[in-house]
Design a protein around this ligand. Structure first.
Ligand code: HEM
Ligand code: NAG
Ligand code: NAG
Length: 326
């Protein structure tokens, strides 16, 4: 076959453009585990030391920091926006419905950040510190280990109304709703069920499980009765009374959460819907039987969640203080 020069040149042009486009989409949102290898080589041990101390002081702190990462990522991506404080002219995400009186761990993030700023000033983002602390949280409570991807930058704005819009799923969600919420973030049903296994650690406030323990029928009766003792039926002063999400081992990152669901002892409505005669029943069974399968899928899903819309390149900034834009 014979081509004219012009045709060859235009074909090469098209090919070149295609290569550029592929490279472009890859570099734009590409995080990597060695992102700070040269710019901040002692980052990981520095974070680990602060985390060890914080978790030794209060084991629940690991749960709180894991949840912080989830709530950061689900609102406009993993961009550290949840860390920004309210000011008279700025509304942050901290008082949005799913976060108010509930998300915690900001002081630990501050401690890590100030330590890291001393070691490598202006280099490591708050969004990445949240990601590393979530990884360390799981590890310190006996869970799986993974290599965390880094290179996110910090946003200059927060999404109060986005955080209130339902992107963070409610504990009263149906299964369909949970599936859709995760799907909207690019996460599969499998990711959703595995990530829900984070509720193998930490605590919830009475107001988030009151309806479940007084009104629902797919619940173990003795479990419901014992939960009612510390969570009054009427809303008000008892709203913030706490109960462990995993009754047996609330400070161990194991798979007992799923066994609990098989026993109809899920604390939140959104926990029990994962095992209530629907499409995710078999997966709950799988994770309850195999710790390794749960760990493998959880790690995969955490990395995927950490990839939600990161700011990279020249977008955003590296905040000096995690609580306010530079
Ligand atoms: C599937 C949808 C989810 C819903 C509806 C949900 C809802 C909740 C609620 C209502 C609480 C109790 C908050 C409080 O009363 O203060 C809670 C706690 C918690 N959530 Fe979730 N969550 C979901 C998914 C996740 C994911 C994906 C993670 C992390 C990977 C996570 C990690 C945690 C942890 C660790 C706690 C305990 C926090 C602490 O003790 O401070 N959750 N969740
Ligand atoms: C957050 O909680 C505080 C204390 O319970 C309450 O006074 C405040 O109105 C809440 N903020 C929002 C925005 O709902
Ligand atoms: C139980 O459900 C009824 C009817 O929906 C509702 O009025 C009531 O407040 C619920 N009780 C609790 C403790 O949530």
């Amino acid at each position: 076959m014979e081509y004219h020069n012009k045709q060859i040149i235009s074909m090469l042009k098209v090919l070149f453009m295609m290569i550029l486009m592929i490279m472009g989409t890859q570099t734009q949102a590409q995080l990597s585990s060695d992102f700070y290898a040269e710019s901040c080589p002692s980052l990981f041990p520095a974070v680990r030391r602060v985390m060890q101390r914080a978790v030794a002081k209060e084991r629940r702190m690991a749960a709180s920091l894991l949840r912080l990462f989830f709530h950061d990522c689900f609102v406009n991506g993993c961009d550290g926006s949840i860390l920004l404080d309210d000011t008279s002219s700025f509304r942050g995400e901290k008082t949005a419905g799913p976060n108010n009186n509930s998300v915690r761990g900001f002081e630990v993030i501050d401690k890590i950040k100030s330590r890291v700023e001393k070691l490598c000033p202006g280099v490591v983002s708050c969004a990445d510190i949240v990601a590393i602390s979530a990884r360390d949280s799981v590890l310190l409570l006996g869970g799986p280990r993974w290599s965390v991807k880094l290179g996110r930058r910090d946003s200059k704005k927060a999404g109060f109304s986005a955080a209130n819009s339902g992107v963070i799923p409610s504990p009263f969600s149906t299964l369909k709703n949970l599936i859709n919420r995760f799907k909207a973030q690019g996460l599969s049903v499998r990711d959703m069920v595995a990530l829900s296994g984070a509720h193998t650690i930490g605590q919830a406030n009475c107001l988030t499980f009151r309806n479940r323990i007084y009104n629902e029928s797919n619940i173990d009766l003795s479990f419901a009765l014992s939960r009612r003792k510390n969570c009054p039926a009427t809303s008000g002063s008892g709203d913030n009374k706490k109960a462990p999400l995993d009754i047996g081992s609330p400070t161990r990152f194991d798979h007992s959460y799923y066994n609990q669901l098989l026993d109809k002892k899920g604390l939140l409505t959104s926990d029990q819907v994962l095992f209530n005669g629907g499409s995710t029943d078999s997966l709950v069974g799988t994770y309850s039987r195999s710790l390794n399968t749960f760990y493998r899928d959880f790690v995969r899903a955490m990395i995927k969640m950490g990839d939600i819309k990161p700011l990279t390149g020249s977008h955003g900034q590296i905040r000096r203080n995690c609580r306010r834009p530079n």
